[in-house]
Design a protein around this ligand. Structure first.
Ligand code: SF4
Length: 184
């Protein structure tokens, strides 16, 4: 398994010295040790399996440790068609994740219901949980999933440590009916 070398965060450097802020160091560490929770319900999940395989190897980004418990997951990856009956389950999984947590909608179905414009299918998981990154495609290729993952990494790397405690963030959660903020 080949790992990608990560560039240091912005900071001040001199011979034998490098100084930066705690926020940037935490952002760098978090973005390269994301534990994804794969919530795969249909065909897009197969593309995710390929993304985890040796050829595409999500492990290069420090994310080879999948978490099947929401309590130890950082990134909820929803892949596949979500029936309306399943929507409360997606919401419950999100609520069980500790802060900070991120969400990726992988593929057309998770993002918008896809081709299933029917009474029984949720027209996008952003009806029940906030989404950070949308990956288009039916299905998206593993390269697109990797690209989406790298966009999540960028968000994680640059997130302020105060964001999760801000009134704006609490308001946003309240709009989804999610009141509690749990910290890891
Ligand atoms: S977006 Fe396409 S490939 Fe993905 S779950 Fe929906 S129908 Fe299947």
């Amino acid at each position: 398994m080949a790992y990608t070398k990560v560039a240091p965060p912005e900071g001040f450097s001199a011979p034998g010295l490098f100084a930066t802020s705690l926020e940037k160091v935490i952002g760098l560490a978090r973005s390269n040790s994301i534990w994804p929770l794969p919530f795969a319900t249909s065909c897009c999940g197969i593309e995710f399996m390929a993304t985890m395989g040796a050829h595409y190897d999500l492990g290069r980004f420090g994310a080879e440790r999948l978490s099947y418990s929401p309590r130890q997951a950082d990134l909820l990856m929803v892949m596949g068609t979500i029936a309306k009956k399943l929507a409360p389950v997606v919401e419950q999984v999100y609520e069980q994740m500790a802060e900070p947590r991120w969400v990726m909608a992988v593929g057309a179905c998770a993002s918008s219901g896809g081709i299933f414009d029917t009474y029984s299918v949720l027209q996008g998981i952003d009806r029940v949980v906030p989404v950070d990154v949308y990956v288009p495609g039916c299905p998206p290729r593993p390269e697109q999933i990797l690209d989406g993952f790298m966009k999540v990494q960028e968000l994680v790397r640059n997130e302020s440590l105060r964001k999760r405690y801000s009134p704006e963030y609490k308001e946003m959660l309240a709009r989804f009916g999610i009141q509690t903020i749990k910290t890891a």
